[in-house]
Design a protein around this ligand. Sequence first.
Ligand SMILES: O=C(O)CCC(=O)C(=O)O
Length: 200
Amino acid sequence: MFDLFDSSAGDYLGGKLTFLPSFLSNDDADVLYDTLFAQCQWRQEVIHVYGKDHPIPRLQTWLGREPIAYTYSGKTFVSDVWPPAIQALAEQISTRAGIRFNSVLGNLYRNGQDSMGWHSDDEAELGEQPVIASLSLGATRDFALRERGATRQHSKIALSHGSLLIMHAGMQQNWQHSVPKRQGVMTPRINLTFRHIIHR
Ligand SMILES: O=C(O)CCC(=O)C(=O)O
């Protein structure tokens, strides 16, 4: 395992990832963090695995240009309409990523004990070759990567306040990602993943 990234802007993993560490200024990122922390409905979802209910180790919110249904970990959610702060950002990020995003999954990691396990964002609603843009606010957390089928971590990137990570077409088919627990992290982090949900 090694650090693939040294926090510099650029394309990685053969162009499947683009990292923009200073996508938002520190001040803009501070304002957005405070706004989202206060205004969004943060909920701890419960997923059902092997006959048992498990509260997920983080809080979540679903936001859409309009109310939109989305299935995640076997559960269907209906999004809240995104606030004005997200509207402007969605335009900016859509232009950068080259796709018109229509929904956002927000994750609130309350401290280093909150986490997200290994997965790919490959739900049917995202289509065959999804492009996903991930904006990070608050505490820096590691974003771990491994190839699909592998058991060992390949590399990691520290996602800092105001950074944008774009996962391009082909990323979800070939790679998995996770946000591991980190003992030393005492403060919260908000992550927004901008997605294009296909209407059926
Ligand atoms: O918090 C992160 O950086 C990752 C979020 C993520 O993997 C997801 O929303 O699917």
